[in-house]
Design a binder for this molecule. Sequence first.
Ligand code: UTP
Length: 300
Amino acid sequence: MKKVRKAVFPVAGLGTRFLPATKAIPKEMLTVVDKPVIQYVVDEAREAGVEHFIFVTGRNKAVIEDHFDVQFELYDTLAQRGKGDQLSRLQQLQPSPGQTSFTRQQVPLGLGHAVWCARELVGDEPFALLLPDMIMQSRKSCLKAMVELYEETGNNIIAVQECDPAETHKYGIVGRGEETHTGFRVTEMVEKPKPGTAPSNLYINGRYILQPEIFKILESQERGAGNEIQLTDAMLKLGKQQPFYGYKYDGRTFDCGSPEGFVEANVAFALWRSDMNENMSEVIRTLLDEMHPQRQRSTG
Ligand code: UTP
């Protein structure tokens, strides 16, 4: 079985849900506490053992490439000023030379098309796909647990999470078959099922391990919903040739492509940090008290 060595990050979307913030800044570069959103996702992949990071970018996204580059002047200035801690943190986050590749999706024709743009860089091996809008908060990287499942089952893995059964029409939903190792066999995948028709309340949360045969399917460039080349359509076809397994992730996920999810991520990650938790908790309590004076503070 081939190891999962490469990860694809499609970052060519327009980010219209987050305008005007994303007019000049890619949404992936908006910061959650003190790191850009994309750094969280790259860190998750690195924790899972990924060795090569492939970014499918678009116009106005060059700053993402700069973020992962060495900044000589900055590093030098930090060293001269004795800011060794900050310097070593930057260096830890820095991919090694040759570990990153960037390709452009010249026209944003959909997620399936963005993935297809990475075909030459991925080659003939399985790869992880991480949607950078979605950032995860858990003790163990979601992708790491998926890689462990992959090493047991092979084939294709998708991470899923439970949603409110009344909201299944907003997501890609999977059917749950027999349990296997730390996951289950996926029996079906339905994109945004009509209310009352979903096979479960397990939605696909933006993390995948896919076999390279997906590229052959995407090559047909068939348009789906929204006249875009949809990844789900290609996965449905791949599912007829190869098994898909689901990994049920039980950590938190934040959709940083929407202002609400982004704000929630900032609050959650600030509270998660031991150096900020106490102060942030007090700030939040005070704000809530001021906004809702009738609210009783718990003294416990
Ligand atoms: P979204 O559905 O969030 O689309 O894409 P978007 O264009 O980025 O954002 P909105 O909806 O206009 O606010 C899901 C993921 O797929 C990538 C996006 O960058 C995001 O990571 N994507 C989407 C591409 O790389 N290319 C595309 O053509 C479409």
